[in-house]
Structure formats: C-alpha cells, structure tokens
Design a protein around this ligand. Structure first.
Ligand code: HEM
Length: 516
C-alpha cells in the first residue's frame, strides 16, 4: 500500500521525535546533578543546612561550589541560584517550567491557602489572578492610592513623635493599614483595627505552619488520609482551625466591600477594581468563580505586602543609627528641595535623587526576602550540563546577589552613593531588579511597595532624628539588632532614640495628622 506524502511526513517526524526523546533520556542518565556539599544517605544535607539564616551558609557554599548549589533534605531536592545570570536564565527565560510554587500539605492543601495568589500553582488560575493585579496595581492604577499612603504615613510620624517608644508596633500597624485600605478600601484612619488584628493572628499561624518540620503531614503527605477517629491524629483539628481562621480573614473584609458597593459607599480598592472588571464582562467567568478568584487574590495582599514594608523600614532605621552621615545627607536634601514646613509627597520623588538611592540601598542592604519566594520545577531540565530534576525547589539567593563587589564601596556599608549617577556603570546591580522577584511571579505590588518606602524614608528624614538607644543617664547603649529567619527576615523589635528635628516640625506634623 502506497503512503501519501502527508503520511510519509507524519511518520518521518514521529520517528525523529521518539528517537530524539530516547536519545535525550539516554544522555540524561550521564548528566550529573549540580554541585553541592556531599549528601548522606536518606537525610541528605538535612543536618548541614542551618535553621537560622541559612542564606549565609548557601553564600559560603557559593564560594566553594559555584553559581548553582544543589542540596537534598529527606528526599526534597533544593537548588539555590547564586547569580542574576542563573536566575534570569532559569526563572525568566524558562518561566514556563520554573513558575510553580512548592506545596505545603497542611497550610496549602488542608487549610486552603493554595487557592491564594502567592501559593497558587502555575496555571490558568494564576494567570487570572495576575490579570487582576495587572489591572488594579499597574503604575497608573496605583496613583489613586497615593493619598491613602501619604495620610497613613503622616499619622505614623505623628504617633512616633508623640510616643517614640512605640515606633516598631506603630510601623507594623501602618504597613497593615495601608494594605487593608488599598485592598478593601477600609480607611487607613479608622481607629478600629479589627481586620488587622485578625490578619496578624492569621499570619502568625501561617508563619509557624510554613517552617519546615512544623507539621509531620508536610513530610509524609499520606498522613492526611488518616480518619479523624484515628488515635492521636490531630491533623483534621489543626487543619480546621487554620482553615476557619484563613477563611474569616479573607472573607470578612471582602464581604464588607460587596455590601458597601451595593449601597454606593465603597471606597476605591483592589477588590472594587476587580469586581468592576468582572462586571464589565472582561473576564468571562461565572459569578461564583469570580467571587472565589477575587476573594483569594485579595487575601494574599496582607501577607505579601505588609511584612515586607515593615522589614525594609526597620532595617533602614538601623542603618540611620549606624551610618549617621547618610541620615544627615538625606535631611539636607529634603531641607534643600522641600523646605521644613511641609511633608514630602509622591510628586517630590523625581527631585530627590539621594532619597531614591537610599530606597535602593534599603532594598539591598538587608533584603526582606533573602531567598525571595521559592519556586518548584515542573519537569526535568538541563542547565549548563547539569540535570535539574522535576519537583526541585528552586531558591534565588537574593542575599548573595545583593552583595555589591563592583562599586568599590564595602558591601556591608549602607551607602546610597552606590546608586547615584556619578557611579553609574561601575556600580552594583539595581536592587529593584531582584528585591521584588522575577519573571512571571514578580511582585505585583512593587509600585505600591516602592511608594511606601519612598514616603516612609523621606517622611522620617524630614521629621525626626534617629539615634541609637540610650541608658538612664542618656548615654549611648551598645546596639546590634537580631534578625528573624522566616520567609521574611526582619529585625526583632529593638529600641531607638527618636526625637523630632524641631518643635515647629512636631507641630505641623501633628496639625497635618489631625486634618487627616
Ligand atoms: C518592600 C516591599 C515589597 C517587597 C520587597 C516585595 C517582594 C516580593 C517578592 C520577592 C515576591 C516573590 C516574587 C517571585 O516569586 O519571584 C513577592 C510576591 C508578591 N508580592 Fe510583593 N513585595 C513588596 C510589597 C508588596 C505589596 C505592597 C504587595 C501588595 C499590595 C505585594 C504583593 C505581592 C504578591 C501578591 C506576591 C505573590 C505573587 C505571585 O506569587 O505570583 N508585595 N513580593
């Protein structure tokens, strides 16, 4: 029987395809895993990876093993990327297989958090989440939140002028109020922080649950199938507690927006923008699906947006104590450009190069997410001759990437000068290219986040002197902040001496805050 030309071509290409797949599989057997410290049977490198600040250990391994460091822990495969080139080659250029998130059985599957934007697997739902963010958090769309951000930060400045000892607690509240206001339109000036209290409680529970080893079921997912009557099985009870807490945190403010919209009293917000988008018919979703999507997209914002801002500013304040010359230069620039009778606004940003350089330096000096947020590889991959197996957890080592060995200024120094025009070309990598993540999962709140940093850094510099802690006799005390080791690494609460730069400034900040 004679075959047609079409059938011949089909057979030819099919044979070529199968032969190349076989060849590829054979080659793969000869391909080695990326380098890393030697692994022990079963536990792998479990006991080589420190629980505290593990990014420092990976930075050491970077020097020994190179740009890729591969480790295993109890069968979990982990690849750490230590350079921007490796990050760009994999997370950006091969985004279709490197944009998934690792799974957590307890908090993700059993408590439901895998529905949320930040933990959502890479697929059609994530693309819809990202579309909502693209519309609601574009550089143009976030302009409508500038007023909210300015007001919340004015209130923060008033609070720390009046009660400087509360600067840490108030910073946390301020970051939370801004996110709640932007996400749900809850006024930042509301004295009732009921949503924030609930969100903080939920975030604490999630933080504890995502520490490796916190739940046995994460190591042995099969345990989730045990019936609830099984002796000593606390999994269903813990899962229900977490699920209820998360559901309440994401649903109460969301339902409130829907009620406010029905009465025409809703303030601008991410949720309101998303509901508008759905109602415009632009999303081709059922009401139920849109409801689910928007609720869980909005529910990710607090966790992702509040603690990162808090961490970056707490580190900035430490830098002001350790590098008083930088504080002086910031104050001088603000006094020269803005004067001392008003607070900086977003419109002033283009005229304040030193403040802008200080934002970059704050993102670089102590990155809030030293390992960014981990990815999971969807299928086997080969890079630089190494096999990276499917399911590998891939972590960009932002800590190592942020070490500036190019500008000639010691990396430990907090020096905005690295990013001034005079150093352009010989300076370090721009931190905005790594601090907010990469590729298809890059932080959707980065424009909003940067504005928070601008208003806080310029507002603090305009109004207060930040000094180290003092003893009863007003003598300086030794000062070194400790950092937490979770996903977000922030300084543990510490003391500072914060004083208004002048009585006039204290008065106008108070008047301005009262007007809010
Ligand atoms: C200083 C401020 C901030 C920093 C340093 C920061 C950093 C990051 C980083 C490193 C990621 C991981 C990206 C990746 O996987 O490649 C991320 C994700 C995310 N951020 Fe931010 N962020 C900040 C502020 C915000 C704000 C203000 C919001 C919201 C209003 C926000 C919302 C999110 C969300 C929803 C994700 C998850 C995206 C996804 O999984 O696709 N972030 N952020």
């Amino acid at each position: 029987m004679a075959l047609s030309a079409l059938e011949y071509s089909f057979l030819f290409f099919a044979t070529l395809y199968f032969v190349s797949i076989r060849q590829w599989r054979q080659n793969k057997k000869n391909i080695t895993l990326p380098p890393g410290p030697p692994r022990k049977p079963i536990v792998g490198n479990l006991f080589d990876i420190p629980q505290h600040k593990s990014w420092l250990k990976f930075s050491e391994w970077h020097k020994q093993h190179g740009d890729l460091v591969y480790v295993e822990a109890l069968g979990n495969k982990i690849l750490v990327l230590n350079t921007m080139k490796a990050v760009n080659d994999l997370l950006v250029d091969r985004a279709n297989i490197y944009s998934d998130r690792p799974t957590f059985t307890m908090v993700g599957e059993l408590m439901g958090l895998e529905n949320s934007l930040a933990l959502s697997p890479y697929g059609p739902t994530l693309r819809q989440h990202r579309k909502l963010c693209h519309v609601a958090f574009s550089p143009e769309a976030v302009k409508k939140y500038h007023g909210i951000q300015e007001e919340a930060i004015t209130m923060y400045l008033k609070e720390i002028i009046e009660m400087p000892q509360n600067f840490v607690k108030q910073l946390r509240l301020t970051a939370g109020r801004i996110i709640m206001s932007v996400t749900y339109g809850i006024p930042a000036s509301t004295p009732d922080d009921v949503y924030i209290v609930e969100a903080e409680e939920t975030m604490e529970m999630i933080g504890k649950s995502t520490v490796p080893g916190a739940h046995l079921v994460d190591l042995l997912p099969i345990l989730r199938l045990l019936p609830s009557w099984f002796p000593y099985n606390s999994i269903p009870r813990v899962a229900k507690y977490g699920r209820d807490l998360i559901w309440s945190m994401i649903s109460r403010p969301y339902e409130a927006v829907k009620v406010d919209r029905s009465t025409g009293t809703a303030l601008p917000s991410f949720v309101a923008d998303c509901l508008d988008l759905f109602e415009s018919g632009d999303m081709a979703l059922s009401t139920e699906d849109a409801d689910h999507l928007i609720r869980w997209a909005a529910g990710a914002m607090y966790g992702a947006g509040a603690e990162t801002t808090y961490a970056t500013i707490l580190s900035f304040m430490i830098a002001m104590v350790k590098f008083p010359d930088v504080q002086k230069k910031l104050q001088e620039e603000i006094d020269r450009v803005i004067g001392s009778d008003r607070l900086p606004t977003v419109q002033d940003r283009p005229n304040l190069p030193y403040v802008n350089a200080a934002i970059k330096e704050a993102l670089r000096w102590r990155p809030a997410l030293p390992f960014s947020i981990a990815r999971k590889l969807k299928e086997d991959d080969v890079y630089n001759g190494y096999l990276i197996p499917k399911g590998t957890i891939v972590m960009p080592n932002v800590w190592t990437i942020s070490v500036d060995n190019e500008s000639g200024i010691p990396p430990e120094q907090f020096a905005p000068e690295r990013f001034l025009e005079q150093n352009a070309g010989k300076t370090a990598q721009d931190p905005t290219s790594y601090a907010f993540g990469f590729g298809r999962r890059i932080c959707p709140g980065r424009h909003l986040g940067e504005t928070n940093l601008f208003l806080l850094i310029s507002g603090l510099s305009a109004t207060v002197d930040i000094g180290g802690p003092v003893d009863m006799k007003n003598d300086p005390r030794l000062f070194d902040a400790e950092y937490t080791s979770g996903l977000v690494s922030h300084p543990k609460p510490y003391e500072l001496k914060i004083t208004p730069r002048s009585q006039e400034i204290a008065t106008f900040v108070k008047e301005r805050a009262e007007a809010v």
